[in-house]
Design a protein around this ligand. Sequence first.
Ligand code: NAD
Ligand code: IPM
Ligand code: MN
Length: 375
Amino acid sequence: MYRIAVIPGDGVGSEVIREGLKVLEAVGEVENIEFDFVEYPFGGQHYISTGELLPDDALEEIKRMKAIFFGSVGDPRVKPGVLEQGILLKIRFYYDQYINLRPVKLYPSIECPLRGERDIDFYVVRENTEDFYVGIGDRFKGRKSKIELDVLRELYNLKFNIDVESDGSEEIAYQIGVISKEGAKRVIEYAFELAIARDKKKVTSVDKANVLTHIYSLWRDVFEDVAGGYPEVETEYTFVDAITMFFLSRPEKYKVVVTPNMFGDIITDLGAQIQGGIGLASSGNINPTGVSMFEPVHGSAPDIAGKGIVNPIAQIMAGALMLQSLGEDRAGALIEKSVEEVLRERRFRTPDLGGNSSTEEMGNVIAEKVKELRR
Ligand code: NAD
Ligand code: IPM
Ligand code: MN
């Protein structure tokens, strides 16, 4: 029996979660896996009506569960960052989910201009607790006493003649990225282990060590150290600007890509498009010895929320990732096979993939396929 916390969240979150749960129930039925889904109301509406984001007692309660199945957060009525930081990032940090695993796989029946004759099938391993996501920084007017004051004075006094110690109307904002040796090591090691386990013996490190010389030189040093322990794995360094180009020109060359947090965020939306669209991209926020969370790469998609047309496959495939991480490999593979088969048949597709099926229809068809494939 798996006790799973379910957080549908905002916008399309509840629409895709419904189908994700439907498919998990179907798999549970045929594979004899029992789930106890415990749903939580956290998100924009809950915040607006109660002022609560994600209370400590919920975090403590979820600590005793097997995983979190997450939809998406983000509500146009709430200032950007409040829900994202207060709920999603809070969970990633609280449970120290330091790996963000984002598979990029282009299924044979999906149209994509990049396809050609190539096999596109790689993983992005995104560091998930450091970098520019640590939240250190400030935005202020006039007087502020901080250790950074000297730096700011030097930079801004010289450039704009701003007196950072006055109470004037000048404004300054800054935000700091942090990489630690341990933080880099554990995620880079995971990337190498993944490369071995999945027989994808090449790891590409993506950074911007040519400009952000402090934080990403440390990242590179750690990468080199870890790589030394895996002589059978090919390695390369690519700057983040260049990888956006190479993802389009030669996506088949990538096996495992490991990258700090923010670049990982950006290049996995590109990765989603490489695999046929954001409606297909799923993601695992993993702590190998703790509580992990599984979610789509996409957000709450306010532009299509409530219309019943959002593609639920990213959420459904997040369910497959969750089962794999619970050690239910066969059940996870069954979800993947069912999705692949439904896509191959081309009878049902949501509008983002050129069809006119509804979200619910897609969920039904995939849940049916799960049962059919096991018969
Ligand atoms: P988004 O991913 O929500 O949407 C980008 C575009 O992709 C939109 O046009 C949307 O309609 C489309 N799209 C997304 N998912 C789709 C699906 N499954 N099927 C079909 N089309 C889909 O990104 P955004 O517009 O930049 O952000 C909207 C909100 O979501 C913001 O508040 C943002 O902070 C939040 N967000 C949350 C998460 C998360 O919870 N993990 C991730 C990304 C963005
Ligand atoms: C993602 C999202 C989040 C991120 C936001 C909503 C905090 O874009 O999961 O990709 O930047 O990690
Ligand atoms: Mn993102």
